[in-house]
Design a binder for this molecule. Structure first.
Ligand code: ZN
Length: 260
């Protein structure tokens, strides 16, 4: 796709997302950059996969938020630039590999977006779970929305999210094996996300509301105290690490699929 078309289409979609309040103004700028990085090398096929990720993630998050009411997970439906780069930055980087080997960039962008999509879908579906989540490592019940907490609802939702992105990728011309790769790499990244979330992610406590939160600034505006985990390892950092692992797994599966 010509560069100016990639920039134009990405900017138009990011602008629309900003008007719908799915993205903050900086988030929209970041999305235009990430979108152009995906569209320029991978064209309309990449655009379809990015669209599947964005539309699917936004829809399930909003439906779940409506069903469960506000929480730390769902009150920030407007995504900022950090969230955009954490979820899509590596997909943009992976897409540029299209210039190294035709098909590789599309493959990498798809599995990376499947990983991010799985996490978003899992969060949304997990919020609808009739049972409280259990920590993936300790198996202890934890409050809904806690990082590292998993439910069957959430895990199934994550799998559907990753598979839906893989399905769109195959529909627009990707190889059949990409559906399998997207579904399983998405599931694996989601698992890694939960393990990192349980083992090391920063947990804070808001002294004003006397409540647990995963954000250094609670949504009431009060700076929260770090009670465990590493301060730098917030939800965005965990997402970026899972997305990076998905990219590596994407390279391995591309090589395996090519040599099979
Ligand atoms: Zn507070």
């Amino acid at each position: 796709m010509p560069f100016y078309v990639a920039v134009g289409v990405s900017a138009a979609i990011a602008g629309l997302a900003w008007m719908l309040r799915a993205l903050s103004s900086r988030g929209a700028l970041a999305a235009a950059v990430v979108g152009a990085a995906i569209l320029w090398p991978t064209g309309w096929a990449g655009c379809a996969v990015l669209g599947a990720f964005f539309v699917g993630s936004t829809l399930v998050s909003r439906v779940a938020a409506r069903a469960t009411g506000p929480s730390d997970q769902t009150d920030t439906q407007t995504r900022d630039h950090r969230q955009v780069f954490a979820n899509g930055g590596l997909a943009g980087l992976g897409a540029t590999a299209e210039w190294l080997a035709p098909g590789l960039g599309f493959w990498l962008a798809t599995v990376s977006l499947a990983a991010s999509g799985a996490d978003t879908w899992a969060t949304a579906f997990g919020g609808l779970s009739p049972r409280p989540p259990r920590d993936i490592l300790t198996r202890q019940p934890v409050p809904a929305g806690t990082s590292g907490g998993v439910t069957w609802f959430g895990s199934s939702g994550g799998f559907m999210g990753a598979a839906s992105i893989g399905l769109v990728a195959v529909t627009v011309g990707g190889p059949g094996r990409l559906l399998l790769a997207a579904a399983f790499i998405g599931q694996g990244a989601m698992l890694l996300d939960s393990i990192l979330g349980s083992a090391g992610q920063a947990r804070f406590h808001c002294p004003r509301c006397d409540t647990a939160t995963e954000r250094p600034i609670h949504r009431c505006g009060t700076p929260a105290d770090l009670i465990r985990g590493r301060a730098w390892l917030d939800n965005d950092a965990v997402n970026a690490l899972a997305s990076g692992a998905a990219l590596v797994a994407g390279l391995v599966t591309w090589w395996l699929a090519g040599s099979a």
